[in-house]
Design a protein around this ligand. Sequence first.
Ligand SMILES: O=C(O)CCC(=O)C(=O)O
Ligand SMILES: [Fe+2]
Length: 389
Amino acid sequence: MEAASNKIVHRDGITDDAFTSDSGDIPEKYIRTNEHRASAVVGEDEPHELPVVDMARLLDPESSASETSKLGSACRDWGFFQARTTAPAVTCRIFQSPDDDSFNLFALVSAAAHKPWSRRGCDAADEGQHRAVLRLATRRQERRGGPRRRLRGLRPPLQQAVEAGLGGERDTHHPAGPGQEHGALANKSTNVQGCARGVPGASAAVTKLVARLLGAMAADRGVGREALVGAFAGKRQSVAIHHYPPCRHPGKVIGNTAHTDGLALAVLLHADDTPGLQVLRGGRWFPVRPPPGGAGLVVNVGDILHILTNGAYRSVEHRVVADAARRGRTTAVVFQDASVGGLVAPLPDLLRGGAAEAARYKSIPRLEYLKVRFSALAKRTGFLESLKL
Ligand SMILES: O=C(O)CCC(=O)C(=O)O
Ligand SMILES: [Fe+2]
């Protein structure tokens, strides 16, 4: 029987089922076949590629206008694009070489993937990642008398993010079947805290990349650079690191259920070339191929940027499917927050002047926005729709 997709799976349960059963079947409660059936996946035979924005061309005055318009179309049509960059600063700082002792994410992720289940709590991704994050952050606060003490030493943007629960621990697990040892789960996400030493460098590199993209987005949207860059300046940044172990039954479980990202912009780094990410476009799932050789990042519009641009740039659903053949998949996602004067609202510059647009979304205080989004996730109701005017 197919499991209801909204079942909550606790990690304690996973431990028992995944390691004590030897039947080779996937426990019914982990099956997400219905999610695979929900929409068609575009096959290998239909050529497609995520739009590519070349960062060097974006900066070069000769090519900047045409690359800016490519960027704008990508954000309108796909909500996703690949930012091609040859500068190794971003990727290297997050996924540093395993030989470098100062910060070794590979070791961290691999330790997370192989350690026995701890009992720190786990919620299935389909309950909503952000809810899980919030709950874990709250528990952490209760246990330790507030996260501030534990986070001493982190630089402010990251510290704020973790305090807000946005960069907190994520543990969303879906077992792929017992007997698969450590490959029994389709998604293990770990948190930034263990990577604290390496993150500030990566955070600075991502901030720079994001500022460049925002400058071009502002030009494309016809607002002053400061209007958009200012909405992001000094705002929270958080990082989620995901590890998706290989899975023998990729068509039955899901690595990361379909969702849109709640913050403003997400920058995704692939640590390997295992595919898995799929983007919903025109009712079909488009598989995203990891940029070859790590020469690029996948960027997507989140709900807040959707609202800031008055709906011109689209926050689209995406998901991660499991892969049976390869050794697993590891990604890091840097989320960037934004708001205008404490509000999540269309950029005021879009609503005034000669080319003024009518506001298509309500303006709501940021805290209320977060609250509404969490409860919408819990109830599985359309969130952006509920803010539409
Ligand atoms: O791991 C991936 O490819 C995507 C993860 C994701 O969508 C997220 O963290 O919001
Ligand atoms: Fe996402």
